[in-house]
Design a binder for this molecule. Structure first.
Ligand SMILES: Cc1cc2nc3c(=O)[nH]c(=O)nc-3n(C[C@H](O)[C@H](O)[C@H](O)COP(=O)(O)OP(=O)(O)OC[C@H]3O[C@@H](n4cnc5c(N)ncnc54)[C@H](O)[C@@H]3O)c2cc1C
Length: 385
């Protein structure tokens, strides 16, 4: 692994992250999945290596790394354990980034150093039973009451809810219809009237503590309104960085692990008196997986660099996320097939790799919604091939 696209510092980050993840996270990845137990203890290891809240500036205790650097770290963590990568992404994902860019100075001083130390986890809650892709349909409401807001409503599919300390929650803050009435508030775990539900079981990422949230006359201070009604465009700008560093980077890491694992398996397994790796048909499947993976990494790295340079278009994150989501499903699916019955067995990691990436084409904007963005750029003349 010697990437000419990385400078010396980035290569060191990559190698350190890989060694750490292989030593500490891979050995317990299958157990976390089997027990549905978020591996929160891994955050201590990540924090010790300086890999929590990587983007957070030095004045708040962080290293102020670029989005690209975060992507390099996250890929290596996800190779070893996707659940750990998702937990990690909450320390430098949507909620911490929103606090840095949109929060008050007091919120920054209170929360950002804790994310860097791995002492606090943050969740992001948009989805509701009746509002998925259609964010403007959010019904959970926060009403002003003297110097506070009172929240009522229900959320669903909130990743890391069961272990998070702080939640960024999209709510209806005014009577204005559609997106004009939607904003966002910060809610701390333990606030009276705020309940975190039972674990919601999806196909994969079983150890991320996903749950629904209920708000019943939950009172928060007025300064916890982080995005006022009608200000969602500011939040979506922040989210583009998170869209790259979390979801598709986890897919890239898992796809890399699947390709490496399948390659080793084919070299080891013998049928018809020779190793499976000697069958040209199977070699070509490996070659296809490698081409797919390289294309995905190139798109993702390019998008991260463009966001860092302030030169990204709305297409960059959508193209990279959509391609890498679908690439990872193809690659992990082929890895299972190449390993035969063992590929489908829990004795090997291949079926977990497939399960862990499958939901990513739905999370953080479905691949259809991102195709809508790409098509809009094309049709409205902002992109030409
Ligand atoms: C692994 C995972 C993690 C998640 N984590 C979180 C989280 O932390 N916080 C959170 O708030 N939510 C989270 N979600 C929820 C996720 O954001 C929603 O599932 C997603 O936004 C889609 O909403 P929906 O499930 O209601 O589907 P719907 O919006 O009902 O869509 C159903 C289908 O219709 C398609 N569709 C809808 N509208 C259009 C359109 N205009 N054009 C074309 N096709 C369309 C969709 O692409 C999809 O295929 C997570 C989901 C998953 C799978």
């Amino acid at each position: 692994m010697r990437e000419p696209e990385l400078n010396d510092d980035q290569r060191l980050i990559q190698e350190t992250a890989r060694a750490m993840a292989e030593e500490h996270f891979r050995p317990c990845a299958a157990k976390a999945d089997r027990d549905y137990e978020p591996p929160v203890e891994n955050l201590r290891v990540l924090a010790e290596h300086g890999f929590c809240g990587t983007f957070i500036p030095e004045e708040y205790g962080g290293a102020g790394l670029s989005l690209f650097d975060t992507v390099v770290v996250m890929e290596q963590v996800a190779r070893a354990c996707a659940n750990t990568a998702i937990l990690l992404s909450t320390t430098d994902g949507a909620t911490p980034r929103s606090i840095l860019h949109l929060g008050t100075e007091e919120q920054k001083r209170r929360w950002l150093p804790r994310f860097v130390k791995g002492e606090a986890l943050a969740a992001w809650s948009m989805s509701e039973p009746e509002a998925g892709s259609d964010v403007a349909a959010v019904r959970t409401r926060a009403r002003k009451d003297s110097d506070s807001y009172v929240i009522d409503g229900a959320k669903t599919w909130c990743s890391c809810a069961q272990v998070a300390d702080l939640f960024l929650v999209l709510v209806r803050l005014s009577d204005d219809p559609g997106m004009r009435g939607v904003g966002a508030v910060l809610v701390e775990r333990g606030t009276p009237g705020f309940t975190i539900g039972n674990h919601l079981d999806l196909i994969g990422l079983r150890a991320t503590g996903m749950a629904g949230l209920t708000f019943d006359a939950c009172r928060i201070p007025a300064e916890n309104v982080i995005v006022p009604a009608g200000g969602m465009r500011h939040l979506f700008k922040v989210l583009d960085a998170d869209r790259i560093a979390g979801n598709p980077t986890v897919c890239l890491g898992v796809a890399g692990a699947a390709l490496d694992g399948a390659t080793a398996y084919l070299k080891d397994r013998r049928q018809f008196g020779k190793s499976l790796a000697e069958f040209q048909g199977l070699q070509w499947r490996l070659a296809d997986m490698a081409m797919d993976l390289e294309a995905g990494r190139a798109l993702l790295w390019r998008a991260a660099r463009r966001i860092d340079a302030g030169a990204a278009t709305p297409m960059d994150a959508s193209v990279a996320k959509t391609f890498v989501n679908e690439m990872s499903v193809r690659v992990t699916n082929t890895a299972m097939q190449l390993c035969g019955g063992y590929g489908l067995s829990e004795e090997f990691p291949f079926e977990r790799y497939f399960r862990d990436v499958r939901g990513m084409s739905v999370g953080y904007g479905t691949t259809e919604i991102h195709r809508n963005t790409i098509a809009r750029e094309l049709l409205e003349g902002r992109y030409a091939a």
